[in-house]
Design a binder for this molecule. Structure first.
Ligand code: 8GP
Length: 796
């Protein structure tokens, strides 16, 4: 039962206020964006009208993440509050459509991709399940860059998302923290030191309400913003000479200005290390303060708090908690270690070596002298343990050391300290043990576990696909969003004429909405009866958007040579950003755009083959693309995609997966059954075999005329405007090295695409598969993931 009733009066007050602010006589004169402000502020008041939860006798989850890709909040929060319909009616009284108002909201792009969006889904699920939790992140002034295309080339511009005017945040002055950097350490006694930082920065808390799904739970996402501390001392600052060179550091606010635009890649800069420490220091202080304020004893910290590290980015929370316990609370090393090693748990999101963070030891020591000392001691104690397990074995120590070769390895610090380490899909968790951390597994056999990712059905079906939600409501007569496994109930209706007709119409309706978006953004009229084949994700070589592209080119060439060949019309939709410094990924984007130009301007291809690359991929755009997709491209090289979550969103909304046996595709295939998914390509095992035999991509290129001609297409004519070298970066990488086996999987991929073309012709069988995908994807709710975290990690 909801305790609060939707209050028209509270909205009336906000309307009055904004009539004054906007200098208008009545709300009839509000523009849509003004209505958005009113709606968001009114909804925020309703969220905070829900009383704070009483102190629970369970562990509080502190979810530390440098990224939270929360998406638009107003519609989602109104839905979770249970007031969406009332708010809609309220606006309708003024002749205003709520959907038009909600379109005014900008997405706060406070993350890069997978891991950031996962964090947002988890917050929603924790609140919806009543798991006491606080999300801790950073209040970036600029989110992930905005992407535009100039002559097909990605251009980045600053995403000034309106941090200061964002209606869903509130400055919480009670929670301000102070964070030190640099300086000196003074020994006091034994393991106790006094750290005298050279520079102190203020961390201000900005809270956003995370609203549980119709359960009267609201808990914070707390984002830290750096500011100059009033007690800033130039004398001390000058003392830390290394900081002097960095003028920008004097301006503390610079610390939370930018989000590093890297996905699956480490960003080794000093400012990034400072950001990480700032995030951790503020969060640890806040967690400790809350723990003590709730009347718990310090010794019981691990009993009442768990700190979940979303990848290694918040690893500094470990030495920070150690430092505070040792130096400020006077605990012994063993007491402090006991607490830390029972409080922290670590989630790994990638096996890619270039993404595993390591810091230069000198930089680390300069910025965080006391933390370095603590990490050094953890490392030395661990070395003793390794020796007792493996004897004195330098090769093994080289792999396991936290400090090695003047580097500080964050993943190793996490594995050594945390009581649990998890991967994000079964295959990934297995590879974590067999490939990345086998020796650790030997030392700590019970530490490793799997929690397969999930997505929140509130945003990814209920909000993104209202028509499908309505059909599911009427069919299942239960609120399936609370227990997504109930979607199994749909299986009964897979042959039901009425259900099938509606399901089909909904997909067609969603395709029409996406077509309108494509028309508006790109000026391209698409064939709404074509297969909508979608690849939406960050650009990375391992995700192999260029494999998709090569098939598009080959298909185009076949259609040119043989215009009457049987062919099921296709619309290929791409969306996604490349890191600004990742030139190869940007080259792939450029190539897709130029190929799209050629194909879309070829009148013989009209309604047959079209390519739409929608710029500036973000949560709100994903919400439009996903419900309209027929085919979901999940084509990474096996062993490289930790999980994927787009694969789950697309399959739930009735797209059939075209994928490799990688990440969560493996589990999706198990759930939907082999007949309802299109698998292709090398497996983890056969990748390994091929690479040990010695892989020669050039041989594939030379021996396969279809492939050769597709690659060569990129060096000829209109696509490269006569500049043969335009896509050299990509082509050389493919032919000379091909680290992700694009050429080796090309044939198998093309065959799978042809199978899809065939399968789509039998529209009844295709629909059958789509419905079964929706019915069988229930386990991929992030509610299930959170329950797994509770059982396997948090509640032990
Ligand atoms: C991503 C993985 O690539 C993806 O497979 C997975 O579904 C997702 O995490 C959530 O678990 N990894 C990242 O987003 C990542 O490593 N990002 C960091 C470098 C920023």
């Amino acid at each position: 039962m909801l305790q609060n009733q939707f209050s028209q009066a509270s909205f009336d007050i906000v309307v009055q206020k904004y009539c004054r602010y906007f200098d208008v006589d009545s709300a009839e004169q509000f523009s849509l964006s003004q209505w958005y402000q009113v709606l968001a502020e009114g909804s925020l008041a309703l969220a905070y009208a829900i009383p704070a939860q009483k102190k629970a006798d369970t562990r509080h989850v502190n979810y530390l993440s440098m990224e939270f890709l929360i998406g638009r909040l107003t519609g989602n929060n109104l839905m979770n509050l249970g007031y969406y319909q009332q708010a809609k009616a309220y606006l309708a009284n003024y002749g205003v459509e709520i959907v038009d108002v909600l379109e005014q909201e900008r997405d706060p792009a406070l993350g890069n991709g997978g891991l950031g969006r996962l964090a947002a889904c988890f917050l929603d699920s924790m609140a919806s399940l009543g798991q006491p939790a606080t999300g801790y992140g950073l209040h970036y002034q600029y989110g992930l860059f905005k992407q535009a295309f100039e002559n097909g080339v990605q251009k980045e511009s600053a995403d000034f998302w309106g941090r200061n005017d964002y209606p869903w945040q509130s400055h919480n002055p009670a929670k301000t923290q102070l964070v030190g950097f640099g300086g000196k350490i003074q020994p006091i006694k034994d393991d106790k030191y006094e750290w005298q930082p050279a520079l102190t920065i203020q961390g201000k808390a900005y809270d956003l309400p995370v609203v549980g799904y119709q359960n009267n739970v609201v808990q914070p996402l707390r984002l830290w913003q750096a500011d100059n501390d009033q007690t800033f001392s130039f004398e001390k600052f000058n003392d830390g000479k290394f900081l002097l060179a960095d003028k920008e550091i004097v301006n503390a606010a610079a610390l939370t200005q930018v989000l590093y635009p890297n996905d699956n890649h480490k960003a080794g800069q000093k400012l990034r290390l400072m950001q990480q420490y700032f995030h951790c220091a503020c969060s640890v202080a806040d967690i400790l303060a809350r723990h003590l304020a709730q009347g718990h004893r310090l010794q019981d910290f691990a009993k009442y708090q768990v700190i979940q590290l979303n990848d290694t980015h918040p690893t500094l929370a470990i030495p920070e908690l150690m430092r505070v316990l040792l130096d400020d609370y006077d605990l012994s090393w063993d007491q402090a270690w006991e607490i830390c090693s029972n409080t922290f748990a670590y989630t790994n999101h990638t096996l890619l070596p270039e993404a595993l963070e390591q810091w230069d030891q000198r930089l680390f020591k300069q910025l965080l002298p006391r933390h370095f000392q603590i990490v050094d001691k953890i490392n030395r104690l661990f070395q003793q343990k390794v020796r007792s397990e493996f004897g004195k074995n330098p090769q093994i120590w080289e792999k396991l050391a936290i400090l090695f070769d003047y580097r500080v390895r964050m993943a190793n610090l996490c594995v050594v300290t945390c009581f649990k380490v998890n991967g994000v899909a079964q295959i990934h968790s297995d590879l974590l043990v067999t490939d990345l951390f086998p020796e650790y597994h030997k030392i700590f056999p019970t530490k490793f576990c799997n929690v397969t990712n999930g997505i929140t059905p509130r945003r990814w079906i209920r909000q993104a696909n209202p028509k499908l939600s309505d059909l599911l409501d009427r069919t299942l007569q239960t609120d399936w969003t609370k227990n997504l496994e109930q979607l199994q109930g749909v299986e009964k209706y897979v042959e039901d004429y009425g259900f099938r007709t509606e399901y089909r119409q909904i997909k067609q309706h969603n395709k029409a909405i996406l077509s309108a978006e494509i028309k508006q953004t790109l000026g391209l009229s698409v064939n709404e009866d074509a297969i909508f084949d979608v690849q939406i994700k960050r650009f990375h070589e391992y995700k192999r958007q260029h494999l998709n592209l090569l098939n598009i080119i080959a298909t185009y060439q076949q259609l040119k040579d043989n215009p009457n060949m049987p062919f099921t019309p296709r619309l290929f939709v791409f969306s996604g950003k490349a890191a600004p410094g990742y030139y190869l990924a940007k080259n792939i984007i450029h190539a897709i755009n130029n190929v799209a130009q050629v194909i879309n301007h070829d009148k013989h291809m009209k309604d047959k083959l079209q390519v739409a690359f929608l710029p500036d991929y973000r949560v709100s755009l994903a919400e439009k693309i996903i419900p309209a997709a027929d085919v979901s491209e999940q084509i990474s090289m096996a062993g490289k995609e930790a999980s994927g979550t787009g694969n789950m969103k697309l399959a739930l909304n009735g797209a059939l997966t075209l994928g490799t046996l990688d990440g969560a595709n493996v589990e999706i295939a198990q759930m939907v059954g082999a007949e309802n998914i299109f698998l292709f390509g090398h497996t983890v095992e056969s990748v390994r075999e091929l690479l040990t035999q010695g892989y020669d991509p050039k041989a594939y290129y030379q021996q396969n005329p279809v492939l050769k001609s597709a690659v060569d297409f990129l060096t000829k004519g209109a696509v490269c405007q006569g500049n043969k070298a335009m896509f050299k970066l990509m082509i050389d990488s493919l032919i000379e090295r091909d680290p992700f086996l694009v050429l080796a999987d090309f044939d198998s991929y093309m065959v799978a695409q042809q199978r899809i073309g065939q399968a789509y012709l039998d529209r009844e069988a295709w629909l059958h598969s789509c419905i079964l995908n929706t019915a069988r994807l229930g386990m991929f709710s992030s509610d299930r993931s959170i329950r797994d975290y509770q059982q396997r990690i948090w509640l032990k």
